[in-house]
Design a binder for this molecule. Structure first.
Ligand SMILES: O=P(O)(O)O[C@H]1O[C@H](CO)[C@@H](O)[C@H]1O
Ligand SMILES: O=c1cc[nH]c(=O)[nH]1
Length: 260
């Protein structure tokens, strides 16, 4: 059968994700970085990579006997929208972003774990799924499962945060490029006035597009940087692994807790 332009799936396989019918369990972790999919091998049992196409690397394993998938989204709204929609149509029911962020408030230190309750909506892709004035909220059961799993893997308490998801990493996150210092400073002041705790580039899309697709949605982020102290976590690996352990434990517990 020929592929349709309006709905370009073939034999139940999507045009972007390297998987097909029956490949994926109910719950999927969503890192931005494809390399974090391979890190999941240190966290999940029986882990195997199903494949990679573009920025979308997909693997499956188990946590406490419960099957858990991991799919990278790449950076920003458009690729994340594609991942979330294709995962939902492949039968995934719960998605949890497992990403990095830049902290704004001094109370969040590099390496701290943050559970996102809401994302400020600045992306482009998600507005096609929910009007911009509709808040992008995490599903409470998902956030609670993440918060419950956190103390076993992080010494410092997890923060509940509101994150700004922005489609620009440099000037959009207030980073001063040559000849754009003033523009970037104005932007940083604008972000600070929003009262958000941190910045990333995908939470809004995961929460808003996932909810529109009928999924349970959540996000757990580790602070890679602090803008308040202008510091950067060079030894990022242990925090990423601890975050993946928290997300895997939540995924396992949520599979025992059906319903939205
Ligand atoms: O750590 P990941 O999930 O890749 O996400 C963060 O890192 C990227 C920027 O370096 C953006 O995608 C941002 O949201
Ligand atoms: O500063 C940062 C770090 C990670 N991700 C971001 O979007 N910004």
């Amino acid at each position: 059968m020929a592929r349709s332009a309006a709905d370009p799936w073939l034999d139940g396989r999507p045009p972007h994700l390297p998987c097909g019918p029956g490949d994926l369990p109910e719950v999927c972790l969503l890192p931005g970085d494809p390399a974090r999919v391979d890190r999941a091998a240190q966290v999940l049992d029986d882990f195997r990579v199903l494949g990679q196409n573009r920025e979308f690397r997909v693997g499956v394993g188990t946590c406490g006997g419960v099957p858990v998938a991991v799919c990278s989204t790449g950076i920003g709204g458009p690729s994340t929208e594609i991942a979330v929609v294709e995962l939902a149509r492949l039968g995934v029911r719960t998605v949890i972003r497992t990403g990095g962020m830049g902290a704004l408030g001094a109370h969040i230190e590099p390496g701290d774990l943050c559970v996102v309750t809401e994302a400020e909506r600045e992306g482009g892709a998600a507005r096609h799924y929910a009007d911009p004035e509709i808040p992008a909220l995490a599903t409470t059961t998902v956030s609670e499962a993440l918060l419950a799993a956190a103390p076993a893997h992080f010494r410092r308490p997890a923060h509940r945060i509101r994150v700004l998801s922005c489609d620009s990493y440099y000037v959009g996150e207030g980073r001063p490029l040559d000849r754009m210092e003033e523009r970037a400073a104005r932007r940083l002041a604008e972000i600070e006035a929003m009262g958000v705790d941190a910045m990333d580039m995908e939470c809004e899309t995961v929460l808003a597009v996932g909810a529109a697709m009928g999924l349970r949605v959540g996000a757990v982020l580790v602070a890679h940087a602090s803008r308040a102290s202008d510091s950067w976590l060079e030894d990022y690996e242990p925090a990423q692994l601890a975050m993946l352990r928290v997300a895997a434990a939540a995924a396992r517990d949520l599979t025992d807790t059906p319903g939205v």
